[in-house]
Structures are given as C-alpha cells and as structure tokens.
Design a protein around this ligand. Structure first.
Ligand SMILES: *Cc1c(COP(=O)(O)O)cnc(C)c1O
Length: 368
C-alpha cells in the first residue's frame, strides 16, 4: 500500500482550484486575474499589484539546493506551522483518524489535530533518560486509525534528539501505514545530519525545515515541507492558491544568497557558544533542580521543589521566559545575545537573593 492511499478519500478525489497564476504563469500582458495594472508608488520592484506565483520556482530551487533534495520533493509553506496543519487535514478524517505525538513536544501538533477533530495518542519521551524516544512504546501505540507520527528532532522544548537510523527504522516499520513527519526546525544547531536525503528512499517519511530559527526569518513566515512528490501534490490541493506573499519570497531569496547563508552559519556558531554561556549562568543555582541544554537554541530548566514564579519575576523586569505546563516547574529559555544574557543573569541573581517562597512567606516582602 502506498502512503497516498491513507489520505482522506475526499482529498484524493479533490480537483484543486485552478488559480490564474497556476494555470497560465507570467506573460507580458496579464488580463486574467483581475489585478490592477499599476503597482503602488514604491511597490514597483515587488509588483505587489500582481498575485504571486503559487510556488516561485527560483525560491523552490534555492531551498531545494539548501536542503539537498530534488525540487519536486519540496513545498514552500507559510512557516512549518502551515505544513503541520495541511498534512493533518490531508490525512486525518474528522472523528475517525489519529496522530501520535511524543510529549513534551511542540504544541502545534496537538492543536492542528484537535482543530481537525483527529485523535491524539501520546507516547511520552522518557524523562529519566534525558527525554529519549521509547521506540517500542511508539510502535505499540500505532493503531489502524493513526495516520501521522510527529517526531521532533532536536525536540522543542527538551532539545533532545532522535538518531536518524532510529527514525528511518520507524518509518520503514510504518511504511504504507503512517506518515512519519520529522520536524527539524532546530537541525542547524545540532551536530546530527538532516534526514532530508532519506525521503527519496522512504515515501512515508517527510521532513519539515524552516527559515524561522537559524536563518533569523521568523517574521517572514517561510517553511519547507520535504516529502514524496505525491504527498506534496496532495498538500498543494488543500493549500490556498496564493500562499506566499511577494515580500516573503523576496526576503527568503535574500536570506538564501551565499553571503547571507555564510552569515547565518557564523551566527549559528555564535549561538552555540552563547548556549554554553547560558548554561554557566544556570550552573549552581539553588533554585534550579536541573537543566537540559540539548541541541536547540534554547535550554530547558526545572526549578527546585518549593520554587516557582521565576517567569513572572523575570517578566516584571522585562525579561520573558517560557513557562511550560509539563513537565512541572519547567521553563524554556531561548539563547539570546550576549547583552540579553547579561540581563538574564541580573534577573537570576535577584531571584536568588529573594530566597525561597517559604522564606518569603515568613519574611514578607524581603528583597523587593
Ligand atoms: C518554531 C518551531 C516551528 C515553527 O516554525 P515556523 O516555520 O516559524 O512555522 C516548527 N516546529 C518547531 C518544533 C518549532 O519550535
């Protein structure tokens, strides 16, 4: 069985909307899309009066070169968030099908599934093993209803990684049954290799990449789904006809020039050093139980028992940290610039000087 046959039957039968730009492309005179013939003053270069190409070929080629895949395996999306949503809608029948997630992990997988009224099966990462994936538990959780297995490596928020061989073995076991979707939003910060090249051999394996993190383009919204061309074709049917705003395309193309790519690589190296600096800031703090530096541009920490409120305390001083609901008492701290980490150090010192919540109860507002 091909993984395509596991898609929703309505989508398999759907004839996609044929937009003017998709049908006819570009020509010197374009009277087929009800556009205004003149751009706004100052918009001439971007031609914002024109609808953009649904998948601008130059951008597709540059991204395919960056990720080292054939162009027909790559779909450009409005961030990888969009690809997550589209894949769930392509594969999961509402009220019938399900996805597997490995918490603690990126929250969007579950949200996308719930919006589609798909079931969510949890196979928790093993906290006692630095959040390793339990492959046997994962395979045991697969029911006929499961259409997508979400894996995230390096994982947000734990920074933990799954070995590529392990992921390929899982995909092989689930061939023709489940799409194994590997979210590599942070792979540039890792020493592991990307799995993009494995997609050619394993049609039920798909990879998400993004320009949002290592390439510093979160505001532009530009992600890539790398999947079997037949999967790409199905996702395109569900995607809006003009998903990529021209300014996004322009910003992405600029970020993919050799100079900017070299710059990004240097900044990734710098961020990895700053991650070590962040670790030293967290070392030997009485209010931190432990932390996991992991392979992303962030660190996960757990407060010691009896401590809480670090995020609120920091926010009052203008420093935002991410508090997680699970695991308990954990916070995720992104690796910032040197100056930002200095600010953070000041906040951590002040929090420590306040004493534990217990001593605060007995001594009132001490330290404020
Ligand atoms: C940040 C993040 C994304 C979002 O990427 P966009 O391309 O900005 O939508 C995807 N997956 C994970 C795990 C992330 O942390």
């Amino acid at each position: 069985m091909s993984i395509i046959e596991r898609a929703r039957p309505e989508i398999l039968q759907l004839k996609p909307y044929a937009s003017a730009r998709a049908v006819a492309g570009d020509a010197p005179v374009m009277l087929n899309a009800n556009e205004r013939p003149w751009p706004g003053a100052g918009d001439e270069n971007l031609a914002l009066n024109r609808y953009p190409a649904p998948q601008p070929w130059l951008l597709v080629e540059r991204l395919a070169a960056l990720y080292q895949v054939p162009a027909d395996q790559l779909l450009v999306t409005r961030g990888s968030d969009e690809a997550i949503d589209l894949l769930v809608r392509v594969f999961c029948r509402a009220g019938e099908d399900a996805v597997v997630i490995t918490p603690p992990t990126f929250g969007m997988y579950e949200i996308a599934a719930r919006i589609q009224h798909a079931g969510v099966i949890r196979v928790p990462l093993d906290e006692t093993q630095d959040f390793a994936l339990d492959r046997d538990a994962l395979l045991a959780a697969i029911t006929p209803a499961v259409k997508i297995v979400f894996l995230c490596s390096p994982n947000n928020p734990t920074g933990s990684e799954i070995d590529g061989t392990e992921i390929r073995a899982i995909a092989e076991r689930l061939a023709g049954q489940c799409l194994v979707l590997v979210d590599e939003a942070y792979i540039e910060f890792s020493d592991h290799e990307s799995l993009t090249a494995a997609v050619s051999e394993q049609p039920n394996l798909a990879v998400l990449r993004t320009l949002s993190k290592a390439h510093g383009l979160a505001g532009a919204r530009c992600g890539s789904l790398i999947a079997d061309p037949a999967v790409v074709d199905l996702v395109r049917r569900v995607m809006p006809p003009y998903p990529l705003p021209s300014p996004t395309v322009a910003a992405a193309l600029t970020a993919l020039t050799p100079t900017r790519l070299a710059h990004s690589r240097r900044q990734v190296a710098e961020l990895k050093q700053l991650r070590s600096r962040l670790e030293t800031l967290l070392d030997s703090r009485p209010f931190i139980d432990r932390y996991w530096a992991g392979a992303g541009n962030f660190v996960l920490l757990r407060l010691a028992p009896g401590w809480s409120g670090l995020d609120r305390f920091a926010a009052r001083q203008g420093v935002l940290l991410r508090r997680l609901e699970l695991p308990e008492r954990t916070l995720r701290i992104s690796v910032g610039s040197e100056a930002e980490l200095e600010r953070l150090a000041t906040v951590l010192d002040a929090f420590q000087a306040q004493g534990t919540p217990e001593t605060m109860q007995t001594t009132g507002d001490r330290g404020r």
